[in-house]
Each structure stands twice: as C-alpha cells, then as structure tokens.
Design a protein around this ligand. Structure first.
Ligand code: FE
Length: 136
C-alpha cells in the first residue's frame, strides 16, 4: 500500500469538490465529449489528479484521439494509477483510478498508438494542469 494514500469520507469529498467533479471522480461519471478543459490542450506540462494533486500524465504522452477526451499513451509511472475491471453499462472495460486518493479518472483501451498500444481516456474534470514553466 502506498504510504501517502488519502482516505477521505464521501462527505469530505463532497465539501471539497464541485458537484461536477464529485460526479466524475467519486461516482464514476463521464463528462460529455469535447466539453472538457483539456481534450484540446496542446501545451507542454504535467497533468495532475484534480482531487489530490498527484502527478499522473505528462503532455509528452498526450495524443489527439478524436474522442473529445484527453488521451494519453501512458501515465508517468504505472504505480500512480490503479486499474480495475469494470463491467458497468453492459461493457467490459478497464477503469483507471488515482492510486493515491481513489478518484475515478477514466478508462484505458487497447487501441492506442504504437508506442504503448494503450489509450488512457481521461476526464478533464479529473485532471488539473501545470504548465512546464511552472505557471498554471
Ligand atoms: Fe488523486
């Protein structure tokens, strides 16, 4: 188990997150495609978990998937995320969660570009972004 794991009650999360963020990150919702802040973001920098701030994805692994959600070939480190099989909505998918705080991030699919073959399809509402020069 990760030493700095965050365990908050649902009431605590409800107070900290906006209703939209709570719906995605704690109730495993999905934002509408092309609606989020980052699907079309091409700036260089680091994407972090919006709930706990852990660094998750580098802009170096971001690619245009055409889906309307920010898409990455890999997390910065596989230890940063937890993968869980998800049979909801009549589909067999692999859910991606922040390993530190348990926030739902999105799903990972096997149709990514050659580098890893993976497509981490992540909700903008689960992410924050820090520009490479330190300004956000
Ligand atoms: Fe987190």
């Amino acid at each position: 188990m990760q030493e700095d794991k965050i365990n908050k009650t649902e009431d605590e999360w409800k107070k900290e997150l906006t209703p939209e963020e709570y719906n995605i990150m704690r109730q495993k919702g999905t934002e509408a495609p092309f609606s989020g802040e980052y699907w079309n973001n091409h700036e260089k920098g680091m994407y972090v978990c919006r709930a706990c701030g852990q660094e998750l994805f580098s802009s170096d692994t971001k690619f245009d998937s055409g889906t309307g959600w920010p898409s990455f070939t890999d997390p910065i480190n596989r230890e940063k995320v937890e993968l869980k099989s998800d049979e909801s909505h009549g589909m067999l998918r692999v859910e991606v969660l922040c390993k530190r705080c348990g926030a739902h991030l999105g799903h990972v699919f096997d149709d990514g570009p050659k580098i890893s073959g993976k497509r981490y399809c992540i909700n903008s509402l689960s992410l924050g972004f820090c520009k490479e020069n330190g300004l956000s």
